[in-house]
Design a protein around this ligand. Structure first.
Ligand code: TPP
Ligand code: SF4
Length: 267
């Protein structure tokens, strides 16, 4: 993978889950051919993946890796496009972009580095932090309930939903490969312990387990873990379904979509 490596010094903390995501991304790029993929990222520790993997990439604004990826895919549908995002990035700052890309079934893959805090800016609570989380912006404990991101993207219309953990390298690799193979909006939540501000390794090692098959009722399985104190954290694919993708609908100008009488213009 020498041509995927860079000379840039790596500034992630020792033991950070991001190293596993970097490794999995390099293996994916090697498998697909580096000229066939493009990656985007927001701003944060997660986003440094752009600096460390030598493929075509775009370092976006905070919360904006998803629309940039969707734009790249529209312009060049041959590319496999992945958006790497943080939970602060796409669940606080840019949450509307995530919802709309899922709603459109844009043919991109979003990889969420789920470390459940704003890490680069030294530990503030995000929409994924558990209730009671003590941070620099919640010194007495977070009073808000965490968002279940899988539930959110499922309701928005995501056609592929998976969760993995950076402590399960082989599983992570498999989830990324399956997500990229999927035609339509694919979302992979990667549980990524932040060893400096919120080391969730012991909790995830104890509670996570791999699902044997895709559950029949995604909604129910997705709610098995509430991001607070649940006992079990399922890993694997929760949902995979075929639906028309945005880029192809755009190409045909929507002429295959039946227009209902009520929406026809009078002018
Ligand atoms: C519009 C905007 N708001 C705020 C910031 C400051 N900022 C930079 S990185 C960051 C935290 C990123 O957290 P997250 O997206 O969860 O990624 P992590 O660092 O945890 O990987 C923030 C708030 C910014 N750069 N731009
Ligand atoms: S602060 Fe956390 S997320 Fe950022 S590099 Fe260090 S361990 Fe990783």
């Amino acid at each position: 993978m020498s041509d995927l490596n860079v000379d840039t010094p790596n500034t992630w903390c020792p033991g950070c889950g991001n190293f596993a995501i970097e490794m999995a991304t390099k293996k994916l790029a090697k498998k697909l051919g580096k000229e066939n993929i493009a990656i985007t990222a927001g701003i944060g520790c997660h986003a440094k993946i752009i600096d460390y993997v030598n493929v075509n990439s775009f370092y976006g604004l905070h919360g904006r890796p998803v629309p940039v990826a969707a734009g790249i895919k529209l312009a060049n549908p041959e590319l496999k496009v992945l958006a790497f995002s943080g939970d602060g990035d796409s669940l606080n700052e840019g949450v509307s972009h995530l919802i709309h890309a899922a709603k459109r079934n844009s043919d991109i893959t979003v990889v969420l580095h789920q470390n459940r805090n704003f890490a680069l800016t030294v530990k503030q609570f995000t929409a994924s932090s558990p209730k009671g989380f003590v941070s620099n912006s919640s010194p007495s404990g977070n009073i808000e309930e965490p968002i279940n991101v899988l539930d959110l993207v499922n309701s928005a219309g995501a056609t592929f939903i998976a969760r993995s953990f950076t402590g399960e390298m082989k599983h992570l690799q498999e989830m990324l490969e399956k997500a990229v193979e999927h035609k339509g909006f694919s979302f992979v939540e990667v549980l990524q312990p932040c060893t400096t501000w919120y080391d969730t390794n012991p909790e995830y090692r104890e509670k996570s387990y791999k699902m044997k098959k895709i559950p029949q009722k995604a909604e129910k399985k997705i709610k098995e873990w509430d991001y607070n104190n649940g006992d079990k954290i399922p890993l694997g694919i929760f949902k995979r379904e075929d639906k028309p993708v945005f880029e192809e609908e755009m190409k045909t100008g929507g002429d295959k979509v039946p227009v209902k009488k009520i929406f026809e213009s009078k002018v």
